[in-house]
Design a protein around this ligand. Structure first.
Ligand code: ASP
Length: 331
């Protein structure tokens, strides 16, 4: 019998691996310098919780991540999860794009074991850093039986969020992470307390497995604003296969942008109307006749989440627009 759960902690960099010149540097510091072993060594309270095995997979700020990094992380986490002696995985990650990587894992891993992605808003060297508590809480969540089968989780500021919903909503404050429908639960004195479970399909119930994904189709995001020029659609990368239009309000598209977007659709680009508000739904055939234009809409996915989902949906249905639309309502 095991004395404690076996947890693998994979480091990828970010502020949680950062170091400032002085303890007063809460927002200006060098990112991705501490190894995962150095980060954990500074939190001796974690040792009694679990047998921790560490791996340094990457050492970069998450603003630099591309699709290659997503695949690399996903494949490594999947491999680790297949080891019968491993009970759960923690991924330390920069907070900038934590919500994208976590959602990608949530949709592509094929395991009920807990996977917890964690970062921090202040480096371990700063006054009132959240690094130690966030990582301690992440371990508490990863070893808890109630965390099984909930997909990928993001732990921050004593809250447990589902990867589907969580977003970084503040550039420097500790309470930066929000889910539109609220967190799944809290971590109180190292004890997870769940109040809700994810309702949309994830992990075991999705059509994608990270082990079978070798490349992802390119999807770009265009952000709408008052004076957005029609040329912007032409500036989308020529190898892009999908375009998330982060429209104003309910996925609205300025009149002058409609023709270029329709032309791009006719050329084979999948156009998805999303909302730059980051909250709420986009109504199909509401502000625009999506059926007539052969456009797609998100359900409630924010543009950066919609990009992840569209890439995956296109990997199994490159041309079938009804299947792509269905993915937004299912996941
Ligand atoms: N730029 C950092 C990153 O995303 C910010 C952070 O970790 O908080 O890697």
């Amino acid at each position: 019998m095991r004395d404690k759960p076996n947890i693998v902690v994979i480091g990828t960099g970010g502020t949680i691996a950062g170091r400032g010149e002085s303890a007063a540097n809460t927002s200006a510091y060098e990112c991705s310098v501490l190894t995962i072993d150095e980060i954990l060594a500074a939190i001796p309270e974690t040792a009694p919780l679990a047998n921790l095995r560490t791996e340094q997979l990457l050492q970069i700020g998450s603003e630099n991540f591309d699709n290659g990094h997503l695949l690399k992380i996903g494949k490594r986490v999947s491999e680790v999860l297949k080891d019968d002696s491993v009970d759960g995985v923690i991924l330390t990650h920069g907070t900038d794009t934590i919500e994208e990587t976590a959602y990608f894992l949530h949709l592509t891993l094929k395991s009920p074991k807990p996977v917890v992605v964690v970062g921090s808003m202040r480096p371990p060297s700063a006054m009132s850093s959240d690094a130690s508590l966030n990582l301690y809480d992440a371990i508490s969540v990863a070893i808890h039986p109630d965390s099984r089968g909930k997909g990928t989780l993001v732990v921050a500021n004593e809250e447990i969020h589902t990867a589907r919903d969580v977003m970084k909503t503040n550039s420097f404050k500790l309470e930066a992470f929000r889910s539109p429908y609220g967190a799944l639960g809290y971590v109180v004195e190292g004890q997870p307390r769940y109040y809700r479970a994810p309702s949309r399909d994830h992990t075991m119930k999705t059509e994608w497995s990270i082990d079978e994904l070798h490349a992802l189709p390119k999807v770009d995001i265009v952000y709408a604003y008052g004076a957005l020029d029609e040329d912007v659609v032409g500036s989308v990368a020529s190898d892009a296969r999908g375009l998330i239009f982060a429209g104003t309000g309910n996925g609205n598209v300025a009149e002058r942008i409609v023709a270029p977007l329709r032309a791009a659709t006719r050329d084979g680009l999948h156009v998805v109307r999303a909302s730059r508000t980051g909250n709420g739904v986009v109504i199909r055939n509401g502000a625009q006749p999506d059926d007539d234009y052969d456009w797609l809409v998100v359900d409630d996915q924010a543009p950066q989440k919609a990009r992840i989902l569209l890439m995956l949906a296109m990997s199994s249905h490159p041309h079938e627009r009804s299947a792509l639309q269905a993915a937004f309502y299912r996941y």
